[in-house]
Design a protein around this ligand. Structure first.
Ligand code: UDP
Length: 195
């Protein structure tokens, strides 16, 4: 598909719904792994100052535009992206899909009581979702505990809410050891779900 380079980061040229239907759903249904980065201007700037982080986000299957700053930048270079694709909204679409199709999710990140509460609230709103597991994000990111939990519960969707750059670094380092799953860094989203 179509990609647009902004400050050396290749953004998918797509609307949120198109992206969800054309890329995410087929990947889940075919049990293909997918690494999604939702990049805002901060992430783009940070990547261009930190080669290791940039290398990690360039391993993503898809980088989507999160934030009006990226949309503005795309217009300035006359390759306008259609709209923002915020991580929180993508997560809502994925939860709705998981609920309708009895797919499983894993939540990794935020404080212990926050991720617990987020799981409870998600279960209330989406009763048919299978919660494969959850774990707070205050762990040594080189430790394999959470990786093993995900490996054994084999979820369809893995939401990683550690904030950047931690979440993308964790995904790029670990997803090759996992069998399936849609992997996406969702920043502070669990704080919203847990509120
Ligand atoms: N977080 C985490 N582990 C950490 C640091 C942060 O799980 O070592 C969580 C934090 O609790 C919050 C989310 O990551 O739910 C986003 O954190 P922050 O606001 O610092 O990141 P940003 O939103 O700036 O990316």
């Amino acid at each position: 598909e179509n990609r647009i380079n902004i400050l050396d980061i290749p953004f998918i040229h797509s609307t949120k719904k198109q992206f969800f239907h054309d890329i995410i759903i087929p990947s889940v249904e075919n049990q293909r792994k997918l690494f999604i980065v939702t990049a805002n201007p901060e992430i783009v700037m940070y990547a261009n100052e930190n080669p290791a982080y940039k290398k990690n986000i360039l391993q993503a299957d898809c980088i989507v535009a999160d934030g009006v700053g990226i949309i503005l930048a795309s217009k300035l270079i006359r390759k306008p992206l259609p709209e923002r694709i915020p991580g929180f909204e993508l997560m809502e679409l994925m939860l709705g899909y998981a609920n309708q199709n009895k797919k499983s999710i894993f939540l990794f990140g935020a404080k212990d009581y926050v991720v617990k509460k987020a799981a409870q609230n998600i279960r209330k709103k989406y009763p048919d979702i299978l919660i494969a597991g959850y774990h707070h994000g205050y762990v040594d990111l080189n430790d394999n505990t959470v990786l093993e939990l995900i490996k054994h519960s084999n979820p369809d969707f893995v939401f990683v809410a550690l904030g950047y750059p931690r979440q993308e670094n964790w995904i790029s380092r670990n997803m090759k050891k996992l069998n399936k799953g849609i992997y996406i860094g969702v920043g502070g989203s669990f704080d919203v779900w847990g509120g």
